[in-house]
Design a binder for this molecule. Structure first.
Ligand SMILES: [Zn+2]
Ligand SMILES: [Zn+2]
Length: 367
């Protein structure tokens, strides 16, 4: 049975940034290997060090935010947590594939004439990792090799084992039970004025369980609305601050992101064992989405504009989010690998403070 190794357990460094802009329900899982030289460690005691070495290479040499992969699997059957569920990867080679596919890398490599042994434990590890990405990460059923997205040798000989890696649809022993989903109550939760209804308590409790800082009191007020807005934006829902049917069901069915680029009243508690998100230096997200048109006027706009100017963007600092602000926002989002929707929400807000000045390339290559 495969063993799961958390970031803390293998000694991961904290990521420089994280993007939650991934929609694996429209893709699935991509399979990788480490490259054209044999790689597998002869003894399992060497595997964690290999994972740390890959992370160092990706962060220091390639200047990426973190180790590129979602998970890594060794020939002894251990699964190492990379970026983890709900986080966009940098491994698949194209924006579209990074938008939709998790990336799992086998710690094996070689050429057609000399390749590491593809062990049963390795395949079992892939199967367990993929089951987990489906059950807690929201991945669709598709599994494909890296070479499906662009010309590459990757995943080498692993390409012969793709169907054996498929956990099937029958549910894996390691799957957590899916929560019972309460039916949408038919009442729209909105603010202002405060909506007081028993379903507000149900929704608040669920959001709290997902890691959001929210008071569970049955009254949908300003704080609940702020959480709702951030959640809707993160999940690609209509961002209106109203808990309707889609937002209600997404609270139960959408993957829980382990770290988050959200702040303020919408701060997620830190993900266990994976280190604090690198967002400490960012001021709280003001809880208002900046959009254009029509222009958004808010004190927070000025704060964001000033920060963008500090980063070298040509935006007027006037407190009104207008066409030029939006153009800078879209370009910034594209450079950072965020969803380029031209809306400054919590993820884009935080990235303005915490993302590196020279961001990782949106179409990173893979070793
Ligand atoms: Zn690859
Ligand atoms: Zn190992």
């Amino acid at each position: 049975m495969a063993t799961f190794v958390t970031r803390a357990q293998w000694g991961a460094r904290d990521p420089k940034a994280r993007s939650t802009d991934i929609d694996p329900a429209r893709g699935g899982v991509a399979v990788h290997h480490t490259g054209a030289t044999r790689f597998a460690a002869s003894s399992h005691s060497g595997c964690a060090g290999q994972v740390r070495g890959i992370q160092n290479h990706h962060m220091d040499t390639n200047r990426w935010d973190d180790i590129a992969y979602t998970y890594l699997v060794c020939v002894h059957g251990s699964i190492y947590e990379g970026r983890g569920v709900g986080i966009r990867t940098a491994a698949n080679g194209t924006n579209d594939s990074n938008d939709r596919y998790y990336a799992v890398c086998g710690l094996v490599g070689g050429t057609s004439s000399s390749y590491d042994a593809v062990t049963d434990a390795l395949i079992d590890g892939f199967r367990t990792a993929i089951a987990r990405l489906r059950s807690v990460g929201g991945a669709a059923a598709d599994i494909r090799g890296h070479q499906a997205f662009l010309p590459t040798e990757c995943p080498g000989r692993l390409g012969n084992h793709m169907s054996a890696m498929d956990p099937g649809s029958s549910g894996d022993p390691g799957d957590p039970p899916s929560p019972d989903i309460p039916p949408f109550p038919g009442v729209l939760l909105h603010y202002p004025p405060v909506t007081v209804h028993s379903s507000a308590r149900t929704w608040q409790q669920r959001m709290k369980d997902r890691g959001w800082s929210i008071t569970v009191d049955g009254a949908y007020g300003e704080q609940s609305r702020r959480v709702c807005l951030a959640f809707q934006q993160e999940k690609g829902l209509t961002v209106d601050g109203v808990v309707g049917e889609k937002t209600w069901y997404a609270a139960w069915s959408a993957p829980v992101t382990t770290a988050a680029a959200t702040g303020s009243g919408a701060a997620l508690s830190g993900a266990a064992g994976s280190g604090a998100p690198a967002t400490a230096a960012a001021p709280d997200w003001p809880g208002v989405l900046f959009t254009w048109p029509p222009r958004t006027v808010h004190p927070g706009v000025r704060v964001w504009q000033r920060r963008m100017r500090e980063r070298g963007w040509d935006v007027p600092v006037g407190g009104a989010y207008d066409r030029r602000s939006r153009e800078a926002c879209v370009a910034f989002q594209e450079a950072q690998g965020l969803n380029p929707d031209g809306v400054v929400g919590p993820a884009t807000w935080h990235a303005a403070w915490t993302s590196p000045e020279s961001p990782e390339s949106p179409a990173d290559r893979t070793p």
